[in-house]
Design a protein around this ligand. Structure first.
Ligand SMILES: Nc1ncnc2c1ncn2[C@@H]1O[C@H](COP(=O)(O)OP(=O)(O)OP(=O)(O)O)[C@@H](O)[C@H]1O
Ligand SMILES: [Mg+2]
Length: 340
C-alpha cells in the first residue's frame, strides 16, 4: 500500500461540511466507539489471491465453510509509522461502517470484518508480510469484475439485451445506495462484480464511499478514478451524489461499446479540458440510450437524473428492445440494437 497516498487521501482530501471545519477528531472518536469485531479469525481460511487494488489484496477463502472473498489491507513496502497506521485504520473503519449497512441484490454483501486476522487465521498460501491484520470478509462473487468481462468480449461486443440488463443492475444498485444516503464515489467496471450463476452485477469496493451529508461536499483532493470522476470533483468544486450518476454515464458507454472510454492518459488534464471531454457516441447507438448517457454525464450535476429515474428509463428501453432488433452487421456497439 502506498502510505503517502493514504495520507494524502486522509489529510489532503479530507471532505468537510460547508463551514469547512476539520471533522477529523470527532470522526475518529465516532468510529472508534462504533468498531466491533464481526469475524472470528479461527473460522476464516485464506486461499489464493483473486484480485488486487491500490489498498490491498483480495483472497478467495472460506468462512465457517462458506466460500468468501477476503479483502486484506496491504501496507506494501513502505515502513508504517504509528501516525500513518491511525489513518489506515480510519479508512478501513470507514469502509466497514458504510458497507455493513447495505443489503441489496446488486450490492456485494459484507459478512464481517476483523482487525486481528493473522493471529488466528489459517492460510493456504503464505501471506505476504506486508499484508495487515485488517480484513473485510464478503460474499464470493463467481465471475470476476465487469472490467475483465468487457475486456474478454471486446471483439464480439455484448448483446444489447445483456448490456441493458447490466446497466439496469448497476443503476438499481446505485439507486439503492443513494436511497440509503451513501455515495459510492468510485463507480467503474473494476468495482463491479459479475455473478456468473445469475448473470447479475453487484457493486463492490466501498473504500471511497461516504454517507451523504445534508450539504454538498468539498474536497481538496480527487476522489475516485479519472475518466469516471465527475468534472466538479476534478475541479474541487462542491459535489454530491450526482458524481455517481456521471460515473454511471461513462460506465453505460463502456458497457454498450464493450470498450474503455479513454485509452490515453488523462491523469494530467486540466480541470477545464477534463470538463469538456466525453467519449464519442456511435451513430448507431439507439437515440434513447445515447440521450441517457448524455444526460448522466451532463457537466451540470443538477441536470443529471437521479439514479431511481435512470432505472425507470432503462426499464423502458429494455421493454422496447424486445420489439426492435436489427441485423448484426449494422452494429456500432452492441451486436444487436434498435431505434425508436
Ligand atoms: N466479493 C468478491 N468476489 C470475487 N472477486 C472479488 C470480490 N471482491 C473483489 N474481487 C476482485 O478483486 C478486485 C479488487 O477488489 P476491490 O476493488 O474491492 O479492491 P480494492 O483493494 O479496494 O481496490 P481499489 O481500491 O484499488 O479499487 C476486483 O476487481 C475483483 O476482481
Ligand atoms: Mg477497487
Amino acid at each position: 500500500m502506498d502510505i503517502q497516498l493514504a495520507q494524502n487521501k486522509l489529510f489532503g482530501a479530507w471532505d468537510s461540511g460547508k463551514n469547512g471545519q476539520n471533522p477529523m477528531q470527532s470522526y475518529r472518536i465516532v468510529n472508534e466507539r462504533k468498531w466491533q469485531e464481526t469475524i472470528d479469525p479461527l473460522k476464516l481460511f485464506l486461499g489464493v489471491v483473486i484480485g488486487r487494488g491500490s489498498f490491498g489484496v483480495v483472497h478467495k477463502g472460506t468462512y465457517q465453510g462458506q466460500p468468501v472473498a477476503v479483502k486484506v489491507l496491504d501496507f506494501g513496502d513502505t515502513k508504517i509509522t504509528e501516525a500513518s497506521m491511525a489513518f489506515v485504520k480510519e479508512d478501513f473503519v470507514k469502509e466497514v461502517n458504510v458497507w455493513q449497512t447495505l443489503d441489496h441484490p446488486n450490492v456485494s454483501k459484507m459478512i464481517g470484518a476483523t482487525m486481528s486476522m493473522t493471529k488466528n487465521c489459517r492460510q493456504k498460501t503464505k501471506k505476504k508480510n506486508t499484508e495487515s491484520n485488517f480484513c473485510i470478509v464478503c460474499e464470493y462473487v463467481r465471475g470476476g469484475s465487469l472490467r475483465s468481462y468487457l475486456s474478454k468480449n471486446r471483439h464480439k461486443k455484448l448483446p444489447f439485451r445483456t448490456a441493458i440488463r447490466f446497466a439496469l443492475d448497476i443503476a438499481s444498485g446505485l439507486s439503492y445506495l443513494h436511497s440509503k444516503k451513501v455515495i459510492h464515489r468510485d463507480v467503474k467496471p473494476e468495482n463491479m462484480l459479475i455473478d456468473k450463476q445469475h448473470m447479475t452485477i453487484k457493486l463492490t469496493d466501498f473504500g471511497e464511499s461516504i454517507f451523504e451529508p445534508s450539504e454538498l461536499l468539498y474536497t481538496t483532493g480527487e476522489r475516485g478514478t479519472r475518466g469516471f470522476m465527475a468534472p466538479e470533483v476534478v475541479a474541487r468544486k462542491p459535489y454530491g451524489r450526482k458524481c455517481d450518476v456521471y460515473s454511471f454515464g461513462i460506465c453505460l458507454w463502456e458497457i454498450y461499446n464493450c470498450d474503455m472510454a479513454y485509452t490515453f492518459n488523462i491523469d494530467n488534464l486540466t480541470p477545464d479540458i477534463y470538463r469538456e471531454m466525453r467519449p464519442l457516441i456511435s451513430v448507431n447507438c439507439p437515440k434513447s440510450l445515447a440521450h441517457l448517457m448524455e444526460r448522466c454525464w451532463d457537466t451540470d450535476p443538477k441536470k443529471r437524473p437521479e439514479m431511481k429515474d435512470v432505472v425507470v428509463l432503462l426499464e423502458e428501453i429494455e421493454k422496447y428492445e424486445s420489439f426492435q432488433t436489427v441485423p448484426e452487421d449494422l452494429h456500432g456497439g452492441c451486436f444487436t440494437f434498435f431505434r425508436f
